[in-house]
Design a protein around this ligand. Structure first.
Ligand code: PEP
Length: 252
C-alpha cells in the first residue's frame, strides 16, 4: 500500500508575512486530516519562517529547487545542505525550470543525487509539452525523463523518490488531463521506466502523483485511479479551502 501524498508548489508567490498567514490557515485546515503525507513548498525566502511555524505540525516542508554542488562560487544558488537545514523534501525538474532555466535531464539527475546525499525526499517532475502530446511523443518523453532523471541512486533511496507526472499543457492552464489518461501514462510509461532501473518492486513502491490544474473539484477523479497516488498542486495550493479539499480526497 502506497501512502497518499499531496504537495503544494507555491512557486514564486507569498512574502514572509503572507507565508505566516497561509501556513497558519493550512495548519488549521489540515489538522485532523491523517493518512496522507502532505507537504508545502514555499519560496526559498519564506522557508525559515515556514519551518518555525510547522515545527509542531504534520505538514512537511519542501524547497522548489536546489543546486547540486555543496558550496562555492554559484551566485544566487542554494546548496542541498542549506535546504536540508529547513526541509525534508525538494521539487526537482519542474517544467518551469526545464523551460525557463534550461534544466536538462542530466541536471535533474545531478540534483537528485545531491538530494540523496543530503537525505531529502525528491519530488521529480516529468511530463510532455503540448506539441509533444499532439505528436504522440508522450511515451518517449516521459520514459526518457524518468530513466535519465532517476538513474544512479541506491535501491533504498529509489523507493523513497516521489515522481510527479505533470503534462506541461495542463500546468496553470485550467485544462487538467483526465483520470484515465493520466493513469495510463503512469502505469504504462512511468512505472515501467522505473522498473527498468530498479525492478518491479520499487516501481510499485514509488508514489507517482498527477499534477496540472488539480482543484478541489477535480481531484477525486485522479485519486480514484489505481496508479495515481496523490497530486502536485500549483495554483490551488495557495487557496486553503481547495488544498484541504484535495488532501482530504486523496485518502479516499
Ligand atoms: C505545478 O506547478 O506543479 C502545477 C501543477 O501547477 P497548477 O496546479 O497551477 O497547474
Amino acid at each position: 500500500m502506497r501512502t497518499p501524498f499531496v504537495a503544494g508548489n507555491w512557486k514564486m508567490n507569498k512574502t514572509i508575512a503572507e507565508t505566516r498567514e497561509l501556513v497558519a490557515a493550512m495548519k488549521t485546515g489540515l489538522s485532523g486530516v491523517g493518512g496522507v503525507e502532505k507537504v508545502i513548498c514555499p519560496p526559498f525566502m519564506a522557508l525559515a519562517e515556514a519551518s518555525e511555524l510547522l515545527k509542531d505540525s504534520e505538514i512537511g516542508l519542501g524547497a522548489q529547487n536546489l543546486h547540486w554542488e555543496e558550496k562555492g562560487a554559484f551566485t544566487g544558488e542554494v546548496a542541498p545542505g542549506m535546504v536540508k537545514e529547513l526541509c525534508g523534501y525538494v521539487i526537482l525538474g519542474h517544467s518551469e525550470r526545464r523551460a525557463y532555466f534550461g534544466e536538462t535531464d542530466e541536471i535533474v539527475n545531478r540534483k537528485l543525487l545531491a538530494a540523496q546525499k543530503f537525505d531529502l525526499t525528491p519530488i521529480v517532475c516529468v511530463g510532455e509539452t503540448l506539441e509533444q502530446y499532439e505528436s504522440n511523443q508522450t511515451r518517449d518523453v516521459v520514459m526518457r525523463q524518468t530513466g535519465l532523471g532517476l538513474k544512479g541512486v541506491s535501491a533504498e533511496f529509489a523507493s523513497r523518490i516521489v515522481v510527479a507526472y505533470e503534462p506541461v499543457w495542463a500546468i496553470g492552464t485550467g485544462k487538467a488531463s483526465n483520470g484515465k489518461e493520466a493513469n495510463a501514462v503512469v502505469k504504462d510509461f512511468i512505472r515501467p521506466a522505473i522498473a527498468e532501473l530498479y525492478g518491479e518492486q520499487t516501481a510499485q513502491a514509488i508514489r507517482v502523483l498527477y499534477g496540472g490544474s488539480v482543484t478541489g473539484a477535480n481531484a477525486a477523479e485522479f485519486f480514484s485511479e489505481p496508479d495515481i497516488d496523490g497530486a502536485l498542486v500549483g495554483g490551488a495550493s495557495l487557496k486553503v479551502e481547495d488544498f484541504v479539499q484535495i488532501v482530504t480526497h486523496s485518502k479516499a
